[in-house]
Design a protein around this ligand. Structure first.
Ligand code: AMP
Ligand code: GLY
Length: 435
């Protein structure tokens, strides 16, 4: 029987705790720091996730057999190296390999070294003057990316030079701190986005169910990029031939590249892909599970998630096979007023219990805390309202039925997750209401 510590405190970690707790091989689950919603399923323990020594001390003190890391920040800060040095078991890559997410420029150079399909690069810029010169030689639209970690908000696809220059100025003037010291300018790709995540022990891997995230804040893919406003998972977005191509052209060369560069990788590796007319191309790597992808993926997981994690951490995935429910899943993120800018916190949340009664629905807490008898908002993404259904329409109906029962003053959510229904016109209206 295993005792597992989960690091992190958002919707992803709530889903991980929820799934781990169902495992017959799990005796106990803690979450650090967790949140008050997670606390209903697992004991939450205080932790500053940036502090890798504190994390290792905590795992040792609790006597955790395995620590599973949700967010990128501790991985990029070297939490896996710290655990390794102390002989503690942890699932997640070391600091060096985590640079695949920690630096977009490192990732791009890695992709080029190993000839993995990705967007063409125009250049790297460090200041607005250099950027102005670089912008004269590019094709529009253009993708601009702050090099470091920006919680999903450091990317802009710009259609005009003024827009690009304004973003470059904001980023180089410190909106994202050190993370914005350098920017990568690359070709904007078009196609369908796909989150393809694997769990690897450094040698073998098992794919997670495919998912499609919705990163823009508003309906019709308008507005700024966010950490993710909703997601769905269904086998239909990944025909066998496409999966084979992804494995052969992207996954294997990445794993072989990591091995060749002496970067052992045990953990989740997330390929943010654009499926273009020219085949799948890598937009980004993440060194962890996605959020909200995890919520959609784990709802469909029909295998012992704890065993999979433990085996990958031990370098012994062997012939472990992940099984997936055929039913699709869909999640809608309810965000607090102001998100992805400064979110309003302390706003009461009503209707949670009624929402949870909708058949097929599971509500994961992302940014909530308790205040007396009820929950209130404590972050930008507040709740991830998740549902499975016999088909996409059913999953969508259930998720939105539950969303409709929840009331948070000023909050917003996308009405077009998983559907062509809403479209651009409605997105524009939502933007105007906000503005
Ligand atoms: P990233 O953090 O690199 O995934 O970027 C966030 C989002 O920006 C992606 O999910 C895409 O929607 C978009 N994006 C990033 N790079 C590109 C690109 N080269 N072309 C088009 N869209 C992009
Ligand atoms: N949902 C995108 C991410 O986790 O990076």
């Amino acid at each position: 029987m295993m005792k597992i510590l989960v690091i992190g405190g958002g919707g992803r970690e709530h889903a991980m705790v929820w799934k781990l707790a169902q495992s017959p091989s799990v005796e106990r689950v803690w979450c650090a720091p967790g949140n008050d919603g997670i606390a209903e399923k697992a004991e939450c323990v205080a932790l500053d996730v940036k502090n890798v020594e504190q994390a290792a001390q905590l795992a040792a003190r609790l006597g955790a057999d395995l620590t599973v890391v949700g967010p990128e920040v501790p991985l990029v800060a070297g939490v896996a190296d710290e655990f390794l040095a102390r002989g503690l078991e942890l699932l997640g890559p070391g600091k060096k390999a985590a640079q695949l997410e920690g630096s977009k420029i490192f990732a791009k150079e890695f992709l080029r070294r190993h000839e993995i399909p990705t967007a063409r690069v125009y250049g790297v810029v460090e200041d607005p003057a250099q950027a102005r010169r670089a912008l004269t030689g590019v094709k529009w639209p253009l993708a601009l990316k702050a090099d470091g970690l920006c919680a999903g908000k450091g990317v802009l696809v710009a259609s005009r030079a003024e827009e690009a220059a304004e973003f470059i100025a904001r980023v180089t003037e410190g909106e994202f701190g050190e993370a914005g010291k350098r920017l990568l300018l690359e070709e904007a790709l078009s196609g369908d986005e796909l989150s393809y995540i694997i769990l690897t022990d450094g040698d073998r891997f098992i794919p997670m169910a495919p998912a499609r995230d919705h990163k823009r804040a508003f309906d019709g893919d308008r507005g700024p990029n966010t950490g993710g406003m909703g997601v769905f998972s269904t086998g239909q977005i990944l025909p066998d031939a496409l999966e084979l191509e992804i494995i052969e052209r992207v996954v294997r060369p990445t794993l072989e590249g990591l091995q060749a560069e002496g970067l052992p990788y045990r953990g989740f590796l997330y390929f943010g892909l654009m499926v273009t007319a020219d085949g799948p191309k890598v937009l980004e790597f993440n060194c962890r599970l996605g959020d909200p992808e995890t919520e959609a993926i784990l709802l469909r997981a029909d295998f012992d998630f704890a065993e999979a994690c433990a085996r990958a951490a031990a370098g012994a995935l062997g012939d472990f096979e992940a099984r997936w429910l055929a039913d699709p899943s869909l999640c809608v993120v309810i965000a607090s007023e102001g998100y992805p800018g400064a979110p309003r916190t302390g706003v009461p949340i009503y209707g949670l219990e009624e929402a949870a009664k909708v058949p097929g629905v599971v509500i994961f807490h992302a940014g909530t805390r308790r205040s007396g008898p009820r929950f209130e908002t404590s972050g930008g993404r507040v709740l991830v309202v998740s549902a499975t259904g016999r088909d996409m329409a059913g999953a969508r109906r259930a998720a939105y039925e539950a969303v409709g029962r929840i009331r948070i003053a000023g909050s917003h959510y996308r009405k077009d997750i998983g559907g062509a229904g809403a479209g651009a016109a409605q997105g524009h209206a939502a933007e105007m209401r906000r503005g």
